[in-house]
Write a protein that binds this ligand. Structure first.
Ligand code: NAD
Length: 246
């Protein structure tokens, strides 16, 4: 129950890593506002909330739509009475070599993965400053540190999230608001289901632990960053990648 009494907003919570983060937060007593484009299967989250004696509230929103995000954050702050934890997790891929990449694939990935975090952070920053505390977690990627052929758009968005994290951490630190990024390695979700066996085998060769991570293993890192176990940690990009980055 590391998050009892806290309220969290998690984007991209309908499946994959965001869903595991929402579930872990609920199991630890937080009230969770689960934001996603579509509702998906919320039964797991509802069961976790019930068991922990807390609640999950679903809100539909396209995180790439600034006016919608601003209105949503305002609504959640009013409805919940105050936010403590914000996880910018929603993300997409539109892979391809740069020579063949339509500008639309570049723009879409930058908007959903990076501009969305700016919209959310802008909308919550004054609120968290006035509460003199809070934890913002941005879901980056090891690809934002290393780059990856075929993912110029995705890598740029994830590297951008690290820059946003470090700059915002400096802006908000004096009032006790912490901002960190998580850089997952290769995690078993729908996003990585798209890889063929050959691509997966090549990736395993680069992971000392020689396996993919689970969404729950990323959620555990998010729990630590969201909780009071990490009160002296800000501006960090924490890799959770089976040893790929060392
Ligand atoms: P996923 O495809 O399983 O889930 C993505 C989630 O984001 C879904 O809930 C989806 O509805 C939501 N989403 C997408 N576009 C949205 C939009 N415009 N508005 C609102 N919600 C939107 O992906 P995942 O693997 O769980 O990835 C989650 C995050 O972790 C992403 O930011 C991804 O880049 C990052 N990440 C994943 C891996 C991996 O190996 N899976 C590795 C590193 C980083």
């Amino acid at each position: 129950m590391l998050l009892k009494g806290k309220t969290a907003l998690v984007t991209g919570a309908s499946k994959g890593i965001g869903n595991a983060v929402a579930e872990t937060f609920l199991k630890n007593g937080a009230v969770v506002y689960a934001v996603s484009r579509s509702e998906g299967d919320l039964s797991k989250l509802q069961a976790a909330a019930e068991e922990a004696g807390t609640r999950v509230v679903f809100k539909a929103c396209d995180v790439g739509d600034e006016p919608a995000v601003t209105a949503l954050v305002k609504e959640i702050i009013k409805e919940s009475g105050g936010l403590d934890i914000v996880v910018n997790n929603a993300g997409i891929t539109r892979d391809g070599l740069i020579a063949r990449m339509p500008a639309e694939a570049w723009n879409e990935v930058l908007k959903v993965n990076l501009a969305s975090a700016f919209y959310v952070c802008k909308a919550v920053s004054m609120h968290l400053l006035s509460r003199r505390g809070g934890s913002i977690i941005n879901m980056s990627s090891v690809v934002g540190l290393h780059g990856n052929a075929g993912q110029t758009n995705y890598s740029a968005s994830k590297a951008g999230l690290i820059g946003l994290t470090k700059s915002l951490a400096q802006e908000l630190a004096p009032r006790g608001v912490r901002v960190n990024a998580i850089c997952p390695g290769f995690i078993a979700t729908e996003m990585t289901d798209k890889l063929n066996e050959e691509q997966k085998a090549a990736l395993f060769g680069r992971i000392p632990m020689a396996r993919m991570g689970s969404a729950a293993e990323i959620a555990a890192a998010a729990l630590w960053l969201a909780s009071d176990l990490s009160t002296y940690v800000t501006g960090q990009a924490i890799t959770v990648d089976g040893g790929m980055t060392m």
